[in-house]
Design a protein around this ligand. Sequence first.
Ligand code: ZN
Length: 347
Amino acid sequence: MSLCSHEEIERIFNVSSASDYLLKIRADATVDHVRICRVFRRRMADAGENWCFNGYFDTGPFDNYVKHLADEDYTAAKELTAGFVFCNKPNGQIEKTEFGNIITISESLRYFLYFMNLAILDHGDAEVPQDVRSAAIKIAIRTMLQSEALDFDLDPRGEIPKQVHDNVQLHTDRQLEFIVGHEFAHHFLGHLNDANLIEGTYLSVRELGEKTHKFFSYAQQDELDADITAIERPVYTPDMRADLVNRALFFFVYLHIYQGVKDQISPSMGRAKSHPDPIDRFHHMYNHFKDSVELDEENLKSLLELSDIYKESLVEDVALNFESYEFYGSIYLAQWRGKVLIDRVDF
Ligand SMILES: [Zn+2]
């Protein structure tokens, strides 16, 4: 059995549409990256006869976002090619190709959100010990830094109780919907412009060598506009809108924590940023919606306080254990680690 079917291989060698292009990006990333290749081999084995490479990527957050768009937007969104890929920038991207614009969201961003949610959220009656939360936040940060191996399918880093996992997954998917919306918003607002073309790389240079694709960089105001449009454009009930604003605000706080650690590791002095600081995105969104959407102010206030506490302790940890952020490999969920799995023996 091979990773791609005959038909898929044909399409990869004769790219003639945006969906062929997306398939090729996915396949290139997979075969060039040892760990991702192993993840897929396991997925193939689990799927057996029903295996379909391109069909394996989750479409949930895309479908869930698009289905709430009004007629014209819905049609425009359906015409765009959009999907998950494994790529080095744990982010959403909109890329211009000769076949049209393609939206891609990195699966590594999903893992970042997953472990951040595990670390930060209240999981109801389920108790998540502090050492597990601290380890989870470090896994999330290392995923963004591209030092954490992307083999969570094979080695989930510990045994997470089902109730907690389900809760974390639910929040992660909803946050991803906002990120999908943000990328669609760039398209709806006509932000795509040749003058904004920049180069980016898929996957970690560390393991892959240079592989360049073209991406767009947007003015920071465009980013702020895209944040708002992502939430205003779909037809939502007031509750759903409040919910998505809340998810987006949590996402910005997570990025804010990451930014603090990253600045400590490699200060970005003078470097032009395509995105505004996450905390500015937080305040911009909060101020925009605070009078029209019901937000839990107390909860948001304690989220900000908590983020400062985490940021401070992570910055301290970087000073003391710098190496633990840089080495490529895996770290584990402290007392939830469970049975120690041995690389290439157990998975
Ligand atoms: Zn953007």
